[in-house]
Write a protein that binds this ligand. Structure first.
Ligand code: ATP
Ligand code: MG
Length: 446
């Protein structure tokens, strides 16, 4: 993309409504624009990151064997009356009446809808296990939408639902989700710690939330610092293996890690004192096992191998796709702007032309642009007629991990400058070498 042809409405001033850094930078970098309280338009740069995050979620879900689909945003109230949640859900649910006087709602979650789909089409244990998921906009009429996309009213969420024949199979689905979530967040350059949580309105016996540590997080968290040393890394996971998934879950759930809702002071006191940590965290996902709660009330049953009709065991599993942009920025920024992890960056590399209009500099930038593109990378070329200082400030603000700077002086010696956004370190090298280095970084990603 050439910046002169792009739409990147960068703000010079700090917007006064933004209380936290991620919201401030998302507005300043021209990623989002509020259209009503807690409702945002995704401008081109923000949209790119949103799609990158969504893509990682899709890849990791499908790697775990979960099946993508798409359910609508608007739902009929009748299904929610069946489960009993139409009245229970309260004012967070946006209720709508259509022209025929029928009660509708903008879905805050999809347990009812998916259970209805399941019961219409599946009747035998032979069709299990099954996990369906989608990534769709949700609406919750939050009393205090704030912090930009972090707590919106309209937000983008991955929600998945597993259907299993019995408790043990459903626990495997739970474990499989935890493992796939750990991989998902790691690919985004994030550490999200699974913490024992409270089940809330979805109800259930087993649930973990995934929290990104950040001072601006809304949850208070207590953990054993040993958990922050754990990594999924490059290990290959066989998602069909109950034992393998259970072992990984055990690894991550053995060190103490809980939110304030489930915090147990006596248990925490058993963690060696030098490893006890109290902090704040941003919830970027949650997994639930809730047994037969919906399948009993909504009559979602299958015939088991003894010929009996039994209610299926279910769980639901959510990732806050749009909230993740805020969480990643909270975890990765400095005083100049965002620092995108390579896994989600909107463009792989920036190209800054220090002397637009200089034939040699222009040609060198075009050549870099062409070689990066030919390797399947998306560069952002700042080809505007602007001062170098302004171009650097924009690049730093929007946070691309790599920048290649091209100027007539360097070109006389056959070199350009490659700069890492994270370390700030620059190195001179030939344009070919710069392209090779950038390409190697991205080739190493999973
Ligand atoms: P919270 O406790 O933050 O209100 P929740 O527990 O009600 O969230 P879930 O039902 O667990 O939310 O939804 C799954 C994920 O969707 C959450 O982990 C979070 O990342 C995201 N999410 C929930 N509410 C919002 C919101 N208002 N704005 C943006 N993302 C949200
Ligand atoms: Mg939650």
């Amino acid at each position: 993309m050439r910046l002169s042809r792009y739409f990147l409405p960068v703000l010079k001033e700090n917007p006064s409504e933004a209380q936290i850094v991620s919201h401030r930078y998302m507005l300043r970098a021209g990623m989002i624009k509020q259209s009503a309280a807690g409702i945002y338009s995704w401008l081109p740069l923000g949209f790119r990151v949103l799609k990158n995050i969504e893509q990682i979620v899709h890849e990791e879900q499908q790697r775990a064997g979960h099946v993508p689909m798409l359910m609508p945003t608007l739902q009929s109230a009748d299904l929610w009356r069946e489960s009993g949640r139409y009245d229970d859900y309260g004012e967070e649910m946006l209720r709508i009446t259509d022209r025929h006087g029928r009660d509708m709602l903008y879905g805050p979650t999809n347990e009812e809808l998916i259970t209805d789909i399941f019961r219409s089409h599946v009747g035998s244990y032979k069709d299990l296990p099954l996990t369906l998921y989608h990534i769709q906009w949700k609406f919750r009429d939050e009393i205090r939408p704030r912090f930009g996309v972090m707590r919106g009213r309209e937000f983008y969420m991955k929600d998945g639902y597993n259907f299993d024949i019995d408790r043990d199979a459903a626990i495997h689905a739970y474990n499989r989700h935890m493992v796939s979530y750990l991989r998902t967040y790691e690919r985004m350059g994030l550490q999200a710690i699974p913490m024992r949580a409270d089940s809330g309105p979805i109800g259930g016996e087993d649930t973990h939330e995934f929290l990104v540590l950040a001072d601006t997080g809304e949850s208070e968290v207590f953990y054993d610092s040993a958990i922050t040393d754990l990594r999924m890394g490059e290990r290959k996971v066989n998602y069909d293996s109950w034992d393998e998934c259970a072992a990984i879950v055990k690894e991550w759930t053995t060190p103490y890690a809980r939110t304030d809702e489930t915090h147990d002071g006596d248990l925490f006191a058993k963690v060696p004192q030098e490893r006890q940590r109290t902090s704040r965290g941003i919830e970027v996902g949650q997994i639930f096992y809730f047994g037969t709660k919906y399948s009993e009330t909504m009559d979602a049953r299958v015939v088991n191998d003894k010929g009996e009709r039994v209610p299926v065991h279910m769980g639901s599993h959510g990732i806050g796709v749009s909230r993740l942009l805020g969480a990643i920025i909270e975890a990765s920024h400095d005083d100049k702007g965002i620092i995108w992890p390579e896994g989600v960056t909107p463009f792989h590399c920036g190209i800054v032309n220090l002397k637009q209009g200089d034939a040699e500099a222009d040609a060198a930038c075009e050549a870099l642009y062409a070689s990066l593109s030919a390797l399947g990378l998306d560069p952002l070329y700042d080809d505007r007629n602007e001062r170098a200082g302004g171009k650097f400030a924009t690049m730093d603000l929007i946070g691309l991990p790599w920048r290649i700077t091209v100027g007539p002086r360097g070109l006389k010696n056959g070199v350009v400058e490659l700069t890492s956004r994270r370390t700030g370190e620059s190195e001179e090298m030939t344009p070919e070498m710069a392209v090779e280095k950038v390409a190697a970084v991205y080739a190493a990603l999973r």
